[in-house]
Design a protein around this ligand. Structure first.
Ligand code: SAH
Length: 420
């Protein structure tokens, strides 16, 4: 507390201004006994938790969220088009969700990657902002060398994209900033966004990055997600520790990541990569050439289950198999069939593994818990008549942190196993 009367007066005035700014916000009232998750900092307020909305907020407007007794919980941004009716950002009554707030959250996110994770090398790529995990629900920013790729998954932040682009430009001076929008998000959030260049110059296609000594060509505009699966970076590197002298089957290989890591850093004997996407395989082939290992890498276009069937019929065996399928469950109702799918896929993979082979098996279905995934692996091992030991239980790389307040964004599990 200040001793100086004029400072006391200033502080009081600021507090009064903050109070009246808060009071001017539309109010979202949470149903009785439904407020605990939001006091516990879960950032998504679904329609079902809302008793009523007072003050007719426009789409994207800032609102205050309160209990049924009028007690302040948090400040958030409103979207009448989405099931996530309010995304919460600030749990302080006096801290508005404005440009200063966005700037501070961005600074905190950038500082993690720069100062803690040391991911600032010019040719490298990393996730700079990871939505809920960085307190910016609905914003993802990936850096690929000198370019930034933005994904906006909330209407309110999409509306503020000019501010976000300006802030990123000021803080990072990128060569260009691109927008990529995930499938389904336009409908879910009522977004009207067109993908492409938002700022600066377009990246070359392919553009190149390096990851632990492996060179990758990428297509930032047409490639899947924002061009690359950055979340698997450390898992690709971890796999290479197990691959000396082994033949590798890399299923769902996309642009060749796990296989290239095994060839370039892990001394693997050879790799067969398979994926359903022709465009991805073209880049994978080019990447094999770029790294000088194309003579020992082959790629096949096809459905993973069919590829597994054919290889079994031919009696082929591998020293290591990687399974990195796309998300299998988008809704809770799809979890049982996803678990069946994982069990079948893993069984078929184990049947192709030579004794004491290495299995890398991943799930990026956030709705599938680790316990359920491990149960699916156990079933697969029994059906295949093999013993499976989990050597490493892994998640995404640290530039994809997880929010302790939002379990839904713990989405990637990666197990490295030995199959006797
Ligand atoms: N392991 C990769 C990322 C894989 S992402 C990496 O490290 O970069 C999942 C991949 O599965 C995508 O490339 C997608 O094209 C592919 N895919 C989706 N369905 C498939 C199917 N039924 N059979 C084979 N590949 C499939």
């Amino acid at each position: 507390m200040s001793e100086n009367p004029s400072e006391v007066e200033t502080e009081t005035t600021i507090a009064a201004d903050a109070d009246s700014a808060l009071a001017a916000l539309p109010v979202v009232v949470i149903k009785k006994r439904r407020a605990l998750p939001f006091f516990s900092r879960h950032p998504w307020v679904f329609t079902g938790a809302i008793a009523r909305v007072e003050g007719d907020p426009a789409a994207g407007a800032e609102v205050q969220v309160v209990t049924d007794r009028g007690e302040f919980i948090a400040r958030g941004l409103f979207n009448p088009h989405s099931n996530i009716r309010v995304r919460l950002y600030s749990w302080r009554a006096d801290c508005a969700v404005d440009e200063t707030f966005l700037s501070e959250r961005l600074d905190a996110a950038l500082a993690l990657r720069r100062d803690v994770l040391d991911r600032n090398q010019p040719e490298s790529a990393c996730r700079l902002v990871a939505s809920e995990a960085d307190g910016l629900s609905g914003l993802t920013v990936d850096r690929y060398g000198k370019w930034l790729v933005l994904q906006l998954t909330s209407f309110a932040l999409a509306e503020r994209r000019d501010v976000i682009v300006r802030l990123l430009k000021e803080k990072l001076s990128p060569a260009g900033i691109l927008l990529r929008t995930e499938k389904g998000i336009r409908d879910a959030e009522g977004l009207q966004l067109s993908d492409g260049l938002l700022e600066g110059e377009a990246p070359p296609s392919p553009m190149f990055i390096e990851e632990f000594g492996v060179q990758y060509g990428l297509d930032l505009l047409q490639g899947q997600k924002t061009g690359f699966y950055l979340d698997q970076r450390d898992n690709r590197a971890a796999f290479a520790k197990y691959t000396a002298g082994r033949s590798v089957l890399d299923l769902f290989c996309y642009t060749g990541g796990f296989g290239l890591s095994a060839m370039v850093n892990g001394g693997a004997r050879g790799v067969l990569g398979a994926d359903a996407s022709e465009a991805a395989l073209k880049i994978a082939q080019a990447n094999a050439e770029l790294n000088g290992v194309a003579d020992r890498m082959a790629f096949e276009k096809g459905d993973a289950f069919r590829v597994l069937d054919r290889l079994r019929e031919e009696g082929q065996q591998f020293g290591a198999v990687v399974l990195d399928p796309p998300k299998m469950a988008r809704h809770r109702s799809a979890v049982p069939s996803a678990l069946k799918g994982y069990a079948q896929l893993n069984r078929a993979a184990m049947e192709l593994l030579s004794p004491n082979g290495i299995l890398v098996t991943c799930s990026c279905s956030g709705l599938v818990s680790r316990a359920d995934f491990e149960a699916a692996l156990a079933k697969a091992a029994i059906d295949a008549g093999r013993n499976l030991q989990i050597l490493e239980t892994r998640g995404p790389a640290a530039d994809h942190p997880a929010s302790v307040f939002c379990p839904e964004n713990h989405y990637l599990d990666c197990y490295i196993c030995r199959v006797e």
